[in-house]
Structure formats: structure tokens, C-alpha cells
Design a protein around this ligand. Structure first.
Ligand SMILES: [Zn+2]
Length: 454
């Protein structure tokens, strides 16, 4: 639309990727800084900033394989200035942290042309070449993007609008204070007890590990995941104060949605690095190998694939040991190549139709009801209690109910990938709150603060 001065309001999507560095810079941090700058300049966000997780099964992913996108209403005449701003953020970072592959992509108007990039990047290995060609065709501006970063940056734009999502409150430490804040883990555990399942994937109670705090150098103090952004914004001031956070922001995310495991394939079509769902019968009884990992093979009408359930998946590995040959199951996971063999690393298991375990038992005595004993080969049975003999009696078929009931079985929390739906959040729906009530929780954004040229 045009206002009286003739300027035209348009939607701008900015995708960022490959900004993580070993020194602890991360894409979400740059995204938060840039988002604040745009908000200070008075631009309206049409949705929360996105934290988009992609196929966790590709070998050369950036840490956590997360990319970020921002979605703002801007004036067309401001586009160049904003592009310069994004460029300066990315370049400053590249200088300081030696990141030559840090990438930003800017797309004006609909994000729809990049939808397919997002869909594919969730489940397979996407070539940067094909994405660069598409970006050129849609007139996108690309900053950096010489390597794989262009795939993530474009995919995070293509994710807009997310239909299945959760939220994450990210709190950042002051850049100078690199030592860990004290007491964060205890605080997170307390919050989790209070608010679970509305906040989730914070603690693995089986191992006592707190999952909401990063390990290694990271500007993030903690990330609290929730289905409700209002709950997160209510928590933010208290957490910022308790932990001395520099900045807090809420991202909308495809985390915990299981969106990478929606593609059902025939076993013959399974390719390395796919995130995939296959359905079939257990073709070999599970074997527990060295290290406590469970291996079994799965068969459909097109072929056979070896499935591996790692010990680290905890609960899931224990369940997998109970599978029986012939059980009809659905398996979701990532395809890896190990010593020339294709293996499906199982992330979840859905038991569709377990085979009853068939046992042949001796018949009961027709006279007194005791279980009979064999009277010798071909001689029928005799009763140990009353002595009754039955030459014509046969063994009876007894169906032992299967140990595994139909249903879904998930990994223990410490094995969660970002995209895995956690057990405690199953069946919860995220609250939609648009327009965004409060995006920049800490410190407050004072606007407007026009971005100037030069
Ligand atoms: Zn008897």
C-alpha cells in the first residue's frame, strides 16, 4: 500500500545462517541484535523472529543446525539502507570472528517461492547451487553465501509462515562476562517443576542433566522452551534480573514439532542423510551390540534396512530390545552411512501391530483340571494329579500378549534433537499471539530511532 507521500509499505524477510563460531558467536544472537535495531528504527514485525532448525542428519551442519529469519514491514525506499545495515552486521562479525561463510538473504514480498527450500532442507541434503539459482530468480539479495549458509538462510525465510511451532525465550550474557552464571541450573529445575509441561525439554530427570543451558562457549545463558509466549514474557524480567542478562528475546521456532520426520518413504527410496519415516515388519530379532546399542532390520515390500537404536536414546533403546520378528512398526530417524552400510538411526518408534507371542502348552486334565505332562512321544498326555491319560489330547496354542503395546515410543530427553517432539509436550498446542504483544523483553526498545545512511 502507498501512503500520501507515495512511499510503499512492503514485507521484508531477512534470513541469517552460518554465523556460529567456535568463540561462541551464534546466529540467534546476531538475529536478536539486528531485530532490536530494526525495532528501534520503528519497523513493525509481522511475526516473531524465527529460529528454524533443519535436517539434523546432514554431516556438515553448523552447530545445532539453526538458522534465523526476521519478518518486518518496511518502506520500499528504506530497502537499500536496511541492506547496508544487515551487511555491516554480518561483515563486522566476519572480521571479528573470521567467519567467511556468514550469510544473509533478503527477500521482498512473499516468502512462498522459498517454501520448497524449507521443506527439502528439513528432510534431505540440499545443494547450495540450486538455492543460489532460485534466489537469483526471485531477485533476492545475498550477502556472503559462498558456502552452505545460503541453504539455511533461504530455508529460514521459506519457513514463513510457520504452521506448527513452539517458542523459545533466549537470554544472553553480557559479552565481557564469559564465565558461567551461577545457579542457573538450579533455577531452571525449579521452573521446570513449577511450569512443566507448558515449558518443556529443560531437564532430563533420568540423568539429572539440565538441557536448557548450553555447553561450551556461548553467549546464551539459557533457552526456555514453551508453547506459550505470554508465559515466557512473564518469566523474562525475573530471569534477566536473577542471571544478569544483557538481552532477552522470544523466538518462534519449529523446534519440538517433529517436522523433519513427516516424509514417509519406501525402504528402497531411502537415501543417505535423509530424515525419513519408514514402515515395515521387523525382519530380524533385535541384537544388542557392544556399547548397548540395539540393531534390528526392517523390511517392506521394496527392501530391507538396518536400524540402529543408540544406547543414548535411553528409554527407546530399552523398548527396541523388546521388538519381535514380524512386529509391524513405523520408524522415524536419520539415515547414515557407516562403513559402506546404510543405517537408519532411530529417533522414534511407533508400534503399529505387534505380533502376539505364540506358546504351545500342554493341555489341562479334562477330569481334574491340572496341567498335564507328556506321556512320551506319540503317547499323548497324563495327569500328574489324578493319573488320567489322554492319548488323543494335543498341545494347546496360547497367545501371550505382546510386551509392546501399539503406540509411540520416544527417546529419553537427553537424546532430544531440537526438532524432536518431547514426550511431555505431546498433545499440547502452541498459543498464537499475533500481533506480537512484546517481542523485546529486555532491555526495553525505545523507538523510533531512524536508520540513517552512512
Ligand atoms: Zn487329572
Amino acid at each position: 500500500m502507498k501512503d500520501l507521500r507515495g512511499s510503499e509499505s512492503i514485507t521484508l524477510h531477512i534470513g541469517l545462517d552460518d554465523i556460529d563460531s567456535p568463540e561462541g558467536m551464534c546466529t540467534t544472537f546476531l538475529g536478536a541484535l539486528l531485530a532490536r535495531r530494526l525495532a528501534e528504527a520503528g519497523y513493525e514485525f509481522v511475526d516473531y523472529p524465527y529460529l528454524v532448525r533443519l535436517n539434523p542428519n546432514i554431516p556438515f551442519k553448523t552447530r545445532g543446525n539453526g538458522s534465523v529469519s526476521l519478518h518486518v514491514r518496511v518502506e520500499r525506499e528504506d530497502l537499500e539502507v536496511i541492506e547496508e545495515l544487515v551487511k555491516s552486521y554480518v561483515e563486522r562479525l566476519a572480521e571479528r570472528h573470521g567467519k567467511t561463510d556468514a550469510t544473509a538473504v533478503l527477500v521482498v514480498g512473499s516468502a512462498e517461492p522459498l517454501r520448497e527450500v524449507y521443506r527439502r532442507a528439513l528432510v534431505e541434503l540440499v545443494s547450495p547451487y540450486s538455492v543460489r539459482r532460485l534466489l537469483k530468480a526471485v531477485g533476492a539479495r545475498v550477502i556472503g553465501g559462498r558456502k552452505r549458509g545460503v541453504v539455511g538462510a533461504a530455508a529460514s525465510i521459506g519457513a514463513y509462515p510457520l504452521h506448527s511451532y513452539t517458542y523459545e525465550l533466549l537470554l544472553y550474557r553480557p559479552l565481557i562476562a564469559r564465565e558461567r552464571c551461577r545457579g542457573v541450573e538450579d533455577y531452571v529445575e525449579e521452573l521446570d517443576r513449577l511450569l512443566r509441561p507448558y515449558i518443556f525439554a529443560n531437564v532430563d530427570y533420568a540423568t539429572g542433566r539440565v538441557l536448557a543451558t548450553p555447553h561450551g562457549p556461548d553467549p546464551v545463558i539459557a533457552g526456555i522452551r514453551s508453547v506459550n509466549p505470554l508465559l515466557l514474557s512473564a518469566l523474562a524480567p525475573r530471569l534477566c534480573e536473577a542471571w544478569g542478562a544483557l538481552m532477552a528475546i522470544i523466538y518462534k521456532s519449529n523446534q519440538a514439532t517433529g517436522q523433519h520426520l513427516t516424509l514417509l518413504k519406501s525402504i528402497a527410496d531411502v537415501r543417505p542423510y535423509d530424515s525419513v519415516v519408514v514402515k515395515g515388519r521387523v525382519a530380524s530379532s533385535p541384537a544388542v551390540i557392544k556399547g548397548g546399542h540395539v540393531i534390528f532390520s526392517l523390511e517392506d515390500s521394496t527392501g530391507r534396512v538396518e536400524c540402529a537404536v543408540y544406547r543414548e536414546t535411553g528409554h527407546l533403546a530399552r523398548v527396541a530390545r523388546r521388538l519381535k520378528r514380524g512386529d509391524l512398526v513405523e520408524v522415524g530417524g536419520g539415515v547414515r552411512v557407516h562403513r559402506g552400510r546404510v543405517t537408519l538411526n532411530v529417533e522414534y518408534l511407533r508400534v503399529l501391530k505387534p505380533l502376539p507371542h505364540v506358546e504351545l502348552r500342554n493341555p489341562r486334565c479334562p477330569r481334574c483340571g491340572h496341567r498335564m505332562k507328556s506321556a512320551g512321544r506319540g503317547k499323548g498326555f497324563k495327569c500328574p494329579s489324578c493319573g488320567y491319560r489322554g492319548r488323543e489330547l494335543k498341545k494347546v496354542v496360547h497367545l501371550v500378549p505382546p510386551l509392546l503395546e501399539p503406540g509411540i515410543y520416544l527417546q529419553s530427553p537427553s537424546a532430544y534433537r531440537h526438532l524432536s517432539p518431547p514426550r511431555e509436550a505431546l498433545g499440547l498446542y502452541s498459543v498464537s499471539t499475533l500481533p506480537i504483544p512484546d517481542l523485546f523483553l529486555h532491555p526495553p526498545v525505545h523507538k523510533p530511532f531512524k536508520i540513517s545512511k552512512g
